[in-house]
Design a protein around this ligand. Structure first.
Ligand SMILES: Nc1ncnc2c1ncn2[C@@H]1O[C@H](COP(=O)(O)OP(=O)(O)O)[C@@H](O)[C@H]1O
Ligand SMILES: [Mg+2]
Length: 234
């Protein structure tokens, strides 16, 4: 469904990602692992178009999207749930969700999509007219995922959804990720949390200093000694 080939990308002409190739099959949860600063967010931002690649190619459902704008990519269904949630704190939960669905493809279905999101997250339903800034971290993560679903994502890219959440909320959010997977959504799950990701993803890539150090199914990545060393920077 999504195929990244030999991607080189970075900032101010300095590459962070070097020769990264990653694929996502339809309906898969693919884990993207790596220590802090490995380049995980840079990869997600390259997929959403916020970082412009220096070279390499990104194909989505048979179309070359490498040079498309972020807006065009959202229209195609490539949707990011950013690191740190980035909800709009002074807007209500309802407004945040509606904003998620402004793209031309999603806009006509906003009422029915909103019902689905609120069924998934009853806690948000109880707080619809509350400002998003009043939510706890876990609730903001629900809202950020809900906003991504409102865009009618075909591939949902989650950037460190467990970051800063209590163990209970982490469990809940990963339950939601499993449920979205069961419903057929394709998911790119970016995490530092190794064991958690290996439990939920079918395949994983481990990034180390901007390069893919290990890739394979969850079991082989778990057992590969390079996985631990990529984390410890040895
Ligand atoms: N906007 C930016 N400008 C310059 N360098 C950046 C920027 N964002 C990230 N970097 C650098 O790129 C590298 C990878 O960062 P990032 O993709 O955020 O890693 P991760 O998400 O794995 O923690 C880091 O060395 C970071 O300092
Ligand atoms: Mg990051």
């Amino acid at each position: 469904m999504l195929e990244i080939t030999n991607l080189v990308a970075g900032y101010g002409g300095v590459p962070v990602l070097r020769d990264v190739s990653v694929t996502l099959g339809k309906g898969e949860i693919v884990g993207l692992l790596g220590a802090n600063n490995a380049g995980k967010t840079t990869l997600i931002n390259s997929l959403s178009g916020l970082v412009v690649p220096m070279s390499g190619k990104i194909m989505f459902e048979g179309n070359d999207v490498t040079r498309l704008t972020p807006k065009q990519r959202v229209e195609l269904g490539i949707v990011q749930v950013p690191e740190g949630r980035l909800v709009f704190p002074e807007m209500t939960i309802r407004e945040n969700l509606l904003l998620g669905g402004v793209n031309a493809r999603a806009r006509p279905h906003r009422p029915s999509q909103m019902d689905k999101v609120l069924e998934l997250f009853p806690r948000l339903k109880e707080r619809l007219s509350q400002d998003a800034g009043t939510l706890s971290g876990g609730e903001q993560q629900m809202l950020a995922i809900g906003r991504g679903l409102m865009a009618e994502a075909k591939v949902l890219m989650l950037d460190e959804p467990s970051l800063g959440l209590s163990p209970l909320f982490v469990q809940y959010i990963f339950g939601i990720i499993d449920r979205l997977h069961q419903d057929g959504l394709t998911i790119l799950l970016v995490e530092q949390n190794l064991n958690l990701t290996l439990r939920h993803a079918q395949r994983c890539y481990v990034l180390e200093r901007g390069q893919v150090a290990v890739e394979g199914d969850a079991d082989s990545v778990r057992d590969d000694p390079r996985t631990r060393s990529a984390y410890l920077g040895l």
